[in-house]
Design a protein around this ligand. Structure first.
Ligand code: G3H
Ligand code: 13P
Ligand code: ZN
Length: 308
């Protein structure tokens, strides 16, 4: 089975379910997510941020994904998450990625369009799909912290113009989610009316939800119990993600939940076995925690199990 672009994945999913896009940094995370997708028979997007690429190196990540495809027999979409300029997108396209995100959301509308179109032209000539972003999420991406006051929700009319003028294959929209573990002060709220308007103005067009971790209490509690202090964390309720998956959101980005699953398992293991210094011993439960969490997301939240 090959690496695949997002075209067919989104065509099959639209309006029925969402596909998980999971952030990867290392072999353990890749193995755990791929094992979950295999068991669930779920379509899979693995995404790499600039930070992940710096941490693990492009060549290590692509070789690990190549191994994952060969070992699992799955088709996997390998996607660049939050590409900030043309150069990183080009480097990933030339280096074997099948999908890239160009995130021009920090720029004024016309500049975002020009940058995104430049990436689309380069990517499409090479069979690679492109995700753009319009509107701005609050929260932490790499080292950039976007404050709530700088976040802006996506305007539906602008979304139509953006898609028409850039030719992107999917669009990340801002409807109230944010990156990281601290998403809401008070009740969690997403602007579903806005999502419905964007989906109505762009019928059949794949939309993407970033900042979609649910910050599951079982992991936060475990992290706190075994060393702690993660206070005031709050994620997107899973019922809201289920709903979004039926309304045109085809791709749901999850990173924070992976970090919490992994870290809580390692903390628990080391709390019980403080003398353990064999990484294989504490990374084995970490992989299992990631796998079970991803299986749960696929089956109970995204509704993408048994789709391949
Ligand atoms: O959108 C942000 C993702 O969670 C990636 O995070 O840039 O720290 O790898 P990172
Ligand atoms: P979370 O921080 O909610 O996991 O969001 C991840 C994300 O949007 C990656 O692009
Ligand atoms: Zn994101």
């Amino acid at each position: 089975m090959p690496l695949v672009s997002s075209v067919e994945i989104f065509k099959k999913a639209y309006g029925k379910y969402a596909v998980g896009a999971f952030n990867i940094n290392n072999m353990e995370t890749i193995q755990a997510i791929v094992a979950a997708a295999q068991e669930e028979r779920a379509p899979l997007i693995l995404q790499v941020s600039a930070g992940a690429r710096k941490y693990a190196k492009h060549i290590y990540l692509t070789k690990l994904i190549e191994a994952a495809v060969e070992d699992s027999g799955l088709s996997i979409c390998l996607h660049l998450d939050h590409g900030e300029d043309f150069e990183i997108c080009k480097s990933c396209i030339d280096g074997g990625f099948t999908s890239v995100m160009i995130d021009g959301s920090r720029f004024p509308f016309e500049e975002n369009i020009a940058l995104t179109k430049k990436v689309v032209d380069y990517a499409h000539a090479r069979g690679v799909t492109v995700e753009g972003e319009l509107g701005r999420l609050a929260g932490v991406e790499d080292a950039v912290n976007v404050s709530a006051k700088d976040a802006t929700y996506t305007d539906p009319d602008q979304a139509l113009e953006f898609v028409q003028r850039t030719g992107v294959d999917s669009l990340a929209i801002a409807i109230g989610t944010s990156h990281g573990a601290y998403k809401f002060k008070g009740d969690a709220q997403l602007d579903f009316d806005r999502l419905a308007k964007i989906a109505a103005i762009l019928p059949g067009f794949p939309l993407v939800l970033h900042g979609a971790s649910s910050v599951l209490p079982e992991f936060v509690d475990k992290c706190n119990q075994y060393g702690g202090a993660i206070n005031g964390a709050q994620g997107v309720p899973e019922a809201m993600l289920c709903q979004a998956g039926t309304m045109g959101i085809c791709k749901i980005n999850i990173d924070t939940d992976l970090r919490l699953a992994m870290t809580s398992a390692i903390r628990e293991h080391l709390a019980h076995k403080p003398g353990d210094f064999d990484p294989r011993q504490y990374l084995t439960p970490a992989k299992e925690a990631i796998k079970q969490m991803v299986k749960h997301k696929m089956r109970d939240v995204l509704n993408c199990s048994d789709r391949i």
